[in-house]
Design a protein around this ligand. Structure first.
Ligand code: 17E
Ligand code: FE2
Length: 423
């Protein structure tokens, strides 16, 4: 039996640090002052976590790994900064995708994500491509990297299920090939009717193939875009809300309060999950406004207060929609709590939920997620003693532990200085 003892782990919500004993990759004890020798008097390998904050791994619930590092591709430059130009530029420049090239780009992004403490990723893959090239790349990557990261793949029809002829069939084909989640983009369909039809089709396919659902829903400043109510109502009637996610929901920023009040009752009862992409949508939204300019981010603060499950995501790393992005969720969290005005001490202390447990619920992995006896020993150690310090300093990770093994260890930055004050 392979045993390893992690001493002095500062867990969230606990005043004192604890020791975590891992046996064969599974957490077997979380107690005070566990012994470093086993019942046969053999030494157990020990890693001292020095009372640093130890939390479950970060969850990236919404990224487009097939698009990463394409911002500079000829023809891909988005000069207006709008969602619609992004879709147009991608449509014009995506014809030359090659399976290995997509994999190489995605691997660079994955490495960055993993080395900032992410162990669970849900990626969209554009399936409005008759060859399904990117999907094939991502299915291979998911298998190749499964020891170091858990991936879910969304069959996402970027150019529409109906606006792109045969888009609905390509989504179905992708599910048969192994995609885990059904996607859609109702606000991009040509009419309200086709948008609704795409939402209903996504639900029909999810039920038929027993898949999860994650829809790019109302990613627009158009306050008339109300596909969220369609998604929530049908999920409620089918009783599948916990398996369903509405991504973006930017139009909710612009809904009137009377309508939103009524909508919240449905959202609560439907048990839907929500993903906000703060850096991405602060960049893409408000582009048709003069001043004052809307922020365009969904109502995260009010949703959290209402008890809805919301998480944050990066969305893009250097693609036709968004030129920057590092994959580091600590940056996203920092931007998100500013943009959404979630800056009370309590909100700051709780905000790690937005990139950990809330993401895990969205991915439907929460049963086996978290630092609990019986769970896989998957956790990260932050370079901070508590939540507030972690957020204020936007700290990095010191360790990522997966199945009880050190996936990587990071030495905090060393400053070589000739000045006593800095040293
Ligand atoms: N595609 C889309 O429809 N919306 C986005 N925010 C990105 C891609 C990044
Ligand atoms: Fe997206």
């Amino acid at each position: 039996m392979a045993k390893i003892l992690f001493k002095n782990a500062k867990l969230r919500g606990q005043a004192e640090s604890k020791d975590i004993l891992v046996v064969d990759g599974i957490i077997s004890k979380i107690e005070n002052e566990l012994k470093c020798i086993d019942e046969n008097n053999n030494d157990i390998k020990v890693i001292d976590l020095n009372k640093n904050l130890t939390i479950p791994p970060y969850v990236e619930p919404h990224i487009h790994l097939d698009y990463v590092y394409t911002a500079h591709t000829p023809g891909a430059t988005n000069s207006s900064g709008t969602l619609f130009e992004g879709i147009q530029r991608w449509s014009e420049s995506k014809n030359n995708l090659n399976k290995d090239e997509v994999k190489e780009r995605a691997k660079i992004a994955l490495k960055k994500q993993i080395t900032t403490g992410i162990q669970h990723i849900r990626t969209h893959v554009d399936v409005t491509d008759k060859k399904l090239t990117a999907l094939k790349s991502m299915l291979e990557l998911k298998e190749e990297l499964k020891e170091i990261v858990d991936m879910q793949i969304i069959a996402f029809p970027q150019e529409g299920m109906y606006a792109y002829k045969g888009g609905d069939e390509l989504v179905e084909e992708a599910l048969k090939m192994g995609a885990d989640v059904v996607g859609a983009i109702p606000h991009f369909e040509y009419t309200r009717e086709f948008g609704e039809k795409s939402v209903k089709k996504a639900i029909e396919l999810a039920l038929k193939y027993d898949k999860l659902i994650d829809i790019h829903c109302d990613e627009t400043d158009d306050e008339q875009s109300r596909f969220l109510e369609v998604l929530a109502a049908h999920s409620y009637i089918e009783g599948i809300g916990e398996k369903v996610t509405a991504s973006h929901t930017c139009a909710m920023h612009s809904y009137n309060n009377a309508y939103t009040y009524k909508l919240f009752k449905l959202l609560k009862e439907s048990k839907l999950n929500f993903i906000a992409c703060p850096t991405e949508n602060i960049h893409l939204q408000g582009r048709f406004d003069t001043y004052p300019k809307r922020r365009g981010i969904t109502r995260v603060k009010e949703m959290v207060e209402a008890g809805l499950n919301v998480c944050f995501a990066q969305d893009s790393i250097s693609d036709p929609w968004y030129p920057l992005g590092t994959g580091n969720l600590m940056n996203i969290l920092d931007s998100g709590i500013h943009i959404c005005q979630m800056m009370s001490f309590e909100e700051i202390n709780n905000s790690l939920d937005l990139i950990t447990i809330n993401g895990a619920k969205t991915l439907n992995i929460e049963k086996n997620y978290g630092i609990k006896v019986g769970n896989k020993a998957n956790f990260i150690v932050l370079n901070a003693k508590n939540e507030f310090e972690a957020i204020r300093e936007r700290v990095g990770v010191l360790y990522s532990i997966r199945n009880g093994k050190v996936l990587f260890e990071k030495i905090p930055e060393v400053i070589k200085s000739n000045c006593d004050f800095i040293r």
